[in-house]
Design a protein around this ligand. Sequence first.
Ligand code: NAG
Ligand code: NAG
Ligand code: NAG
Ligand code: NAG
Ligand code: NAG
Ligand code: NAG
Ligand code: NAG
Ligand code: NAG
Ligand code: NAG
Length: 549
Amino acid sequence: MSLSTSQRRHFAMFFHRALACLAVADLAQAAGSKIHWGPCDPGEFNTTLSLQCGTLRVPLDYSHPDSSSKIGLKVVKIPAAVQPSRGGIQLNFGGPGFPSRQTAVSFGPLLQKLSGDVYDLLAFDPRGTGTTIPFICTDDPFTIGQMLDEMGSGNASDTAIGRLWARGEVDANICKLHGNGNDTGEFIGTASVARDIISLADALGEDGMLRYWGFSYGTTLGATVAAMFPERVDKLVIDGVQNPHDYYHADADFEEWTDSDKVFSYFFTSCIEAGPGKCAIAAQNKTAAELEQDAWGFIDAVRAAPIPAGNYLADENGIKSFILQELKDTHGWSTLSQILAVLVYGSDARRRQLLEAVYAAEEAANALGVHSIDSAQRLWGIHCSDRVPRIDSFDEAAAVFAKLNNISRLVGGLVAYITAHCAQWPWHASNPYTGDFRVKTKNPILVASNSRDAHTPLRSALNVSAGFEGSGFLQVNGTGHATISAPSVCGFRALVTYWINGTLPSPGLVCETAQPFDDNEWADVIAEATGSRNTTSLKERVVYPRRLL
Ligand SMILES: *[C@@H]1O[C@H](CO)[C@@H](O)[C@H](O)[C@H]1NC(C)=O
Ligand SMILES: *[C@@H]1O[C@H](CO)[C@@H](O)[C@H](O)[C@H]1NC(C)=O
Ligand SMILES: *[C@@H]1O[C@H](CO)[C@@H](O)[C@H](O)[C@H]1NC(C)=O
Ligand SMILES: *[C@@H]1O[C@H](CO)[C@@H](O)[C@H](O)[C@H]1NC(C)=O
Ligand SMILES: *[C@@H]1O[C@H](CO)[C@@H](O)[C@H](O)[C@H]1NC(C)=O
Ligand SMILES: *[C@@H]1O[C@H](CO)[C@@H](O)[C@H](O)[C@H]1NC(C)=O
Ligand SMILES: *[C@@H]1O[C@H](CO)[C@@H](O)[C@H](O)[C@H]1NC(C)=O
Ligand SMILES: *[C@@H]1O[C@H](CO)[C@@H](O)[C@H](O)[C@H]1NC(C)=O
Ligand SMILES: CC(=O)N[C@H]1CO[C@H](CO)[C@@H](O)[C@@H]1O
């Protein structure tokens, strides 16, 4: 996923030239567009798509729209394959804390197909992230080292939780004293981003209506913008849905993790069904329950005795977060089974060697160390300012941590830091959405979920759909984070039909998809659904980019 700077530059040389030729033809502006579209900065994106970029100035503080404090939203546009386009769909891929533009470009070819090729796709980095006033508390290496130490030990010992709670207050102090939050901390909340989305819809010079597609936390953003501006909704899809009531009003995102342990168990059940040819640990000749028990035995052993692996200290939280990431996408389950075969059943030497490789890969994907603290800071900045309640005492917090552990053995300790920080956060988002997500939008929204999602359970999607009168529901009987991780002809048709005609799936529709461990690629599914004979170009372009969601 990540490119080195020199690679980017090198790649850019080719494509900047190609883009420059295209630019003149492509720059015809929509009549009323307030954005000047031009080529993107050289080297910014590694793609063969012909992108356009522009900047939209929006108020920092929407309660003072005329103030001179403005921020520039850098917007990337993937023009529709079929021109003239029917308008733009704005994209968000979650976090909170993740920038959207790069991910939009990676997912672009797939999302173009899933929206019928007739819409432009648009993305800007939400406030607090990427190129839009990124939220930062500190870049001091010593302080970052201290922050990391505690985050890595969510549930590791009797004393870990107390330290984490104290860490939450210390980090909040650090952010207040040394970060950029005094200037921006109130203005990076979700409701401000929702207003940015409307500003962009206004600036496009189209029909003034909103088209939006959000995943994961992007569903909280989508539910918020739809609830704040129901009259503006043309078409809106939220896929892999968070419970927004929890997000804003609970002490932790409890519901989010209610299916995590079930999906972990399901990994072992489907492993046995797939057999040793596809799932390495099935060769142990054990039942699913025994395999799972062995995996927990390994995790518990690592809690007591973390493993030195080259440059890395492999601890309980590290292993658990790796597993949680892998539960997002069954395309990686065969590999996960090979990794578990070594970790749980292999020799000590092989285990260390493999863990070193796994951690190095995480580091290369910017998911470790300083990078993980960067994204944690962005997450605090956004989620903690959005979260309404605060907690006064450790005893109260301990009850929240216990509840999280009870909801998920796998995740409880991993996400405890979010509660510890948000409960003691110094800023509240300005102009928040204060409603209850019970609304009737001008046109129906479409809510989508897999049956088994370790990050955003089906029940949260049903919860949001129940609040949005007339909303449609797409359930894919698959496993992974959001339905785009589980390709199906039926899901493809439901999405394309909605985006093109606004038609909702028939009530009660459950789309079938392949079993985990079986090959199941979007390119093949789309070829089947559209009857296209030559899948080569689809296979080259339409990939599901792993690990971005
Ligand atoms: C750009 O992306 C392609 C396809 O994902 C990848 O194969 C290639 O290595 C990337 N180029 C650079 C310079 O990183
Ligand atoms: C933020 O404001 C507080 C006072 O509320 C002050 O002590 C602190 O130094 C300020 N932080 C920065 C980075 O200016
Ligand atoms: C599992 O069973 C097969 C067939 O009975 C046998 O060949 C294999 O050695 C067994 N594997 C283990 C790890 O016991
Ligand atoms: C733990 O969860 C179970 C059901 O999942 C519930 O019955 C029980 O009350 C919970 N215990 C605590 C301490 O939250
Ligand atoms: C949605 O979830 C919230 C928070 O858990 C809960 O209070 C509310 O009753 C739920 N709504 C529905 C319709 O299930
Ligand atoms: C959904 O998938 C599960 C797991 O593959 C399967 O057991 C179940 O029968 C499916 N449900 C339906 C309604 O097809
Ligand atoms: C959209 O509706 C038109 C007219 O009813 C129909 O011909 C077309 O097949 C529909 N397209 C999709 C993708 O459902
Ligand atoms: C299929 O498409 C690829 C890429 O566009 C092209 O190179 C190839 O010649 C095509 N194959 C056939 C049989 O048309
Ligand atoms: C310190 C701490 O919170 N430990 C908890 C870790 O999670 C288990 C449940 O999986 C609890 O039993 C521990 O109390």
